[in-house]
Design a protein around this ligand. Structure first.
Ligand SMILES: [Zn+2]
Length: 178
């Protein structure tokens, strides 16, 4: 339908928020500002095979935003926002509402109760993660372990948490409603 003019740039899929975009330089995810190896380059055939719903910017309604505001500000809230959007995109949603975020928080809360870390954690690293609220701790454990494995670590150290937070916070620019 569109000319090639709008098809410029390299297709990428953001591993954090699930956004399917194009970037001439692949500097950052256009939806969540994730950078570097969060962004997977795709060839045209693979990009065309993915659902167009992944390429949507998602508006959050007031109820959903109010719930998000209860999550501690900083990388935890950023992660929650990105993971909720990822699921919403994958489900073909056009906007994020209360049910979208409550469902995701519910999953994480359950995980917080039952989750057994899959890597060994250094005591100081575990102390830090213990300060994360119950409702989202399971999510943070999973994400930090993912980062530790990416680094090739066999146990989770405070340094790995620092690096993960740095990566998640590298460019915290989200689309605002304004
Ligand atoms: Zn993203």
């Amino acid at each position: 339908m569109e000319s090639g003019e709008t098809q410029r740039g390299v297709p990428y899929l953001c591993g954090l928020c699930g956004y399917l975009g194009r970037s001439p330089e692949l500097s950052a995810c256009a939806a969540c500002a994730a950078t570097g190896d969060h962004l997977a380059l795709l060839d045209e055939a693979r990009a065309a095979a993915l659902s167009p719903s992944l390429a949507r910017f998602l508006e959050w309604d007031a109820d959903a935003l109010a719930i998000l505001d209860r999550v501690p500000e900083g990388f935890v809230r950023d992660l929650v926002r990105r993971r909720v959007e990822k699921r919403a995109r994958e489900q073909g949603r056009t906007a994020v509402d209360r049910a979208d975020i409550e469902t995701k928080l519910g999953q994480w809360s359950t995980a917080s109760v039952s989750l057994t870390p899959s890597l060994a954690w250094e005591p100081d690293a575990w102390t830090r993660i213990s300060r994360v609220p119950d409702s989202v701790r399971g999510m943070v454990i999973v994400e930090v372990e993912r980062e530790a494995r990416r680094r090739g670590d066999t146990s989770v150290t405070a340094a790995a948490i620092d690096a993960a937070v740095q990566r998640w916070s590298a460019a915290r620019v989200f689309h605002s409603a304004g």
